[in-house]
Design a protein around this ligand. Structure first.
Ligand code: SF4
Length: 346
């Protein structure tokens, strides 16, 4: 039994199996999730004998900080160590009206998107729901006021390729009694695992959905995102049409602009056509060049022209600069840097 990955109901049921009252589960979970305590011995308002009993029968997963980099813009990139020696990244991004945490769902990624360092470095394993949830708990323990208002599942890994653990983590994040984060404050970003999008629509459609699109045609998307060969744009769009959108809500299409590859006027026109198929907005992300990857950042003028072309056709478009450009904040960069320079620990 791991308290970090048990829902309220599961924790209560477990208490009964060891002959304890269900309300005990609430007490322990308050220490684990609200106070961020993982050691039963430190749960000082519980009787010593009860603490000793559960310490013999249960655990509380805790990831450990290995390194952190702090950017001039306030972004903090955390590298966390897991029990098996693997590492994952979580990025804390404070803003004027919201504080967003970007979390990982896998160690590495199988999807091998050509512009992504995590993809290039391959896949190690899925994270457990406890390891996903604990990124929020550990970061809240370490940042001013413990304040995180939004979560984006856009870190290392494809969340829908680790479906069960991701959905379990979403359920725990949004349990009313824990008050950690609201469902509408969570954005799940996927490269387009079409059948899993349809499944998620039934299981947990409270989250906001973002699609990492990055190319407007199958021909171009196949070149940079191998998943498109399995689930081409038509299949992806058919799945998105099944996503329940309350009035006024939209799906976000993330579009990493790769200089000279997907940033032409013709690309803008194609992008406009396909994103019109569902209520949507477009988030343009000028690429942050990454050592070892063959793509360039488009010029500021090109980004502006691309944006204007979409706006002229009545699309809602934002341009998002990557945060923490001075601290290797692009996905997979900190992990890679630590691997290459193992002596650079805190
Ligand atoms: S961009 Fe996302 S889905 Fe693609 S390889 Fe990187 S982590 Fe995986």
């Amino acid at each position: 039994m791991d308290f970090k990955q048990a829902t309220a109901q599961e924790a209560e049921d477990w208490m009964e199996t060891i002959g304890e009252k269900p309300y005990r589960a609430r007490q322990v979970r308050s220490w684990v999730f609200t106070k961020g305590v993982s050691d039963f011995a430190q749960m000082t308002d519980l009787s010593k004998s009860f603490r000793e009993t559960i310490a013999h029968k249960a655990i509380v997963t805790q990831i450990k900080e290995v390194k952190r980099d702090v950017s001039v813009d306030g972004t903090i990139k955390f590298l966390f160590g897991l029990d098996d020696g693997n590492t994952i990244e979580s990025v804390y991004m404070p803003g004027a009206d919201r504080v967003t945490l970007c979390i990982s769902t896998q160690v590495g990624c199988k999807l091998n998107c050509k512009f992504c360092l995590t993809g290039k470095n391959g896949f190690m394993r899925n994270l457990s729901s406890a390891e996903i949830v604990d990124q929020l708990i550990q970061v809240k323990n370490r940042v001013p006021g413990g304040r995180v208002t939004n979560i984006v599942l856009m870190g290392m890994g494809e969340p829908l390729d680790n479906y069960d653990a991701t959905v379990k983590a979403l359920r725990i994040f949004t349990e009313p009694d824990l008050n950690l984060i609201g469902g509408r404050k969570i954005t799940l970003s996927t490269a387009g695992v079409a059948p899993a999008i349809v499944r998620l629509a039934d299981d947990f459609s409270k989250v906001k959905l973002a699609i990492s699109l990055n190319a407007p045609t199958n021909e171009k998307r196949n070149q940079i995102m191998p998943i498109n060969k399995k689930y081409p744009i038509e299949t992806l769009m058919a799945a998105l049409k099944k996503w329940p959108l309350p009035h006024g809500r939209r799906i976000t299409f993330e579009y990493v602009m790769l200089g000279g590859f997907n940033d032409s006027d013709a690309d803008a026109a194609e992008l406009g056509k396909i994103t019109r198929l569902v209520p949507s907005k477009i988030n343009l992300i000028p690429y942050n060049p990454c050592p070892g990857l063959p793509f360039e950042r488009p010029s500021t003028e090109r980004v502006e022209k691309f944006r204007s072309a979409l706006i002229k056709n009545h699309h809602t478009v934002t341009v998002r600069e990557s945060r923490g450009g001075d601290i290797l904040a692009s996905c997979g960069q900190l992990r890679q840097a630590v691997k290459e320079a193992p002596s650079s620990t805190p």
